[in-house]
Design a protein around this ligand. Sequence first.
Ligand SMILES: CC(C)(COP(=O)(O)OP(=O)(O)OC[C@H]1O[C@@H](n2cnc3c(N)ncnc32)[C@H](O)[C@@H]1OP(=O)(O)O)[C@@H](O)C(=O)NCCC(=O)NCCS
Length: 199
Amino acid sequence: MTECDFDSTGNNIEQITGYEPRLIPDEGLSVRIRPINLNDSDAWIIFVNGLSPYSKFYRFHHIIKDVCAEDARPFCSIDYKNSFALIAELVKDSCFEIIAVGRYTRINESPNAEFAIVVDDDFQRRGIGVEIMKDLAKVAGKNGITTFEGYTLIENFEIINFLKKCGFDLRIIQRTGMRHISFSTDKMVGVRGFEPPTT
Ligand SMILES: CC(C)(COP(=O)(O)OP(=O)(O)OC[C@H]1O[C@@H](n2cnc3c(N)ncnc32)[C@H](O)[C@@H]1OP(=O)(O)O)[C@@H](O)C(=O)NCCC(=O)NCCS
């Protein structure tokens, strides 16, 4: 256990969330998934500022300037029920670095939540995103969230492939410049309402 397994008031986050941190098997790397907390603010800032403009744009849907401590607070301070975020951290010696974040936020008091995920450019296509997304859906289900939804940029086909690979049953509605994606937090393979490009 490290200090990041405890929140700022010393509570054990595993006990609060019921999520047991786990290692993702990856050749030669030690990558651990665990819930984020406020002690992760500095690492979160380094992670977001280090993303490529492309990944930042796909994640936040607009061009963002460097983030600061004030920006980190709402992203790292969550209630672990209506809002939840899992990070993948690369553990090296006794240091760690955030290399991915997946999160959901419940929409009002509904059983739906908005989801978002982003993986450090140097660690994409290694299966880390799938591991986070599947765990996030399980956690959400336990917290009474039955559906994930979100808008993605129309050109972001990667996210469709990615969510399919996770095994979700996607419902996709095209809007001007955007695509609305929703799926049950229970896994079921399939995609409805989506015409892939013919080229
Ligand atoms: C989309 C994203 C989260 C995927 O994370 P990842 O860790 O790279 O994904 P994985 O390695 O787990 O990929 C699993 C599958 O998703 C699909 N996939 C992932 N990235 C893809 C890409 N760039 N192009 C096409 N398919 C892709 C593939 O089917 C892949 O399986 P494969 O490698 O065996 O072919 C990551 O690319 C990312 O951070 N993108 C920028 C931010 C973003 O678009 N967020 C979504 C909006 S909130």
